[in-house]
Design a protein around this ligand. Structure first.
Ligand SMILES: Cc1cc2nc3c(=O)[nH]c(=O)nc-3n(C[C@H](O)[C@H](O)[C@H](O)COP(=O)(O)OP(=O)(O)OC[C@H]3O[C@@H](n4cnc5c(N)ncnc54)[C@H](O)[C@@H]3O)c2cc1C
Length: 286
């Protein structure tokens, strides 16, 4: 049972922003693959639901000079079928490929995955490693926030009740760079991630630069492993350094025990995955 609620389905962005601005913010409904599940389970009981279903103009992918930008309505399936995402976001495609089953991928949006705020959201680590920014729009202003600063705590974000995630963009990785994502889960598809690791880096003159390592499902939010990044930044690739970076990442995350895995196991897998993915990314980038 979904319970009683008022459903609003505006036809224009202006109307959406007006409805969000009107105090007592409604729950935004995109693909519904999180929201409707929570409403059915009774863990979320909104009085008003604002559907984006009549805003097809939110579903777009654009290449703009040095950036790739996608609209909030872009689905996980869209990521899998666009050559620009394949060319400039290989790790994101890998996350999309391992995401749920096809029916869910066809409706689940990238913005919904980000906005829901789950630490296990699979698209967030690769987007964070790509240095993505989020465009937040309200009736009064539009602002851009780095994805690495979007989360403030477990399922908490800087998105205000009167704001909407309107789009996401990231700089195109340059030549000599590589990005990888690994989802560790009990199955490859349709399973909640136990540990997710994304690594992006460049190699120039035999040294690693632009290190970004993002960890999923091992802290209250998806997080950057900044200490691990600092161990590798500006240094030549070496197995010993990759191992030290893995150990640093395992020390700086804060996993919990749950039904899927123990905190110890998660730390162990962060160590192994950071070491492995950083080594592989450095080889590919070189
Ligand atoms: C069977 C199943 C399998 C799944 N497998 C995976 C998986 O493998 N990996 C994974 O990461 N997730 C998975 N999920 C979770 C879910 O599919 C994703 O998080 C999905 O991307 C959510 O997007 P949505 O469009 O359905 O969001 P919705 O459910 O519509 O919304 C999710 C949340 O985001 C808010 N929101 C949505 N759009 C906006 C916006 N534009 N601006 C501001 N707030 C917004 C909503 O208000 C709500 O709080 C799975 C879910 C199911 C049911």
């Amino acid at each position: 049972m979904l319970g009683q609620f008022e459903l609003q389905i505006p036809d224009s962005m202006e109307e959406v922003l007006e409805l969000l601005a009107g105090g007592d913010a409604p729950a935004i409904l995109a693909g519904g693959t999180n929201l409707l599940v929570d409403m059915r389970a009774g863990s979320c009981r909104p009085e008003r639901v604002l559907s984006l279903a009549r805003l097809p103009r939110l579903r777009w992918i654009e290449e703009r000079d040095h950036r790739i930008a996608i609209g909030a309505g872009t689905t996980v399936s869209d990521l899998l079928h666009d050559p620009r995402i394949a060319a400039h976001g290989a790790a994101l495609v890998e996350a999309a490929r391992l995401f749920a089953g096809q029916m869910v991928r066809n409706t689940a949006t990238v913005a919904g995955n980000i906005a829901y705020g789950s630490p296990a959201a699979d698209l967030v680590p690769p987007l964070m490693a790509l240095d993505a920014e989020i465009t937040l729009m309200s009736k009064s202003d539009t602002r851009t926030v780095p994805l690495a600063e979007f989360y403030t705590g477990y399922r908490q974000t800087v998105c205000r009740p009167d704001e909407l995630v309107a789009g996401i963009s990231w700089p195109k990785p340059g030549p000599g760079s590589a990005g990888l994502f690994y989802k560790l889960a009990r199955r490859k598809g349709d399973a909640i991630t136990v540990t997710g690791v994304a690594v992006a880096l460049s190699v120039a003159n035999g040294r690693m630069t632009d290190l970004r390592i993002a960890l999923g499902a091992v802290a209250p939010t998806v997080m950057r492993a900044r200490k691990a990044e600092a161990i590798l930044e500006g240094k030549a690739p070496s197995d010993a350094r990759f191992d030290r970076a893995g150990a640093a990442a395992a020390a700086e995350c804060s996993p919990i025990d749950d039904i899927r895995a123990s905190a110890d196991y998660r730390r162990h897998t962060v160590h192994a995955l950071v070491r492995r993915l950083a080594g592989e990314a450095a080889s590919r980038a070189a």
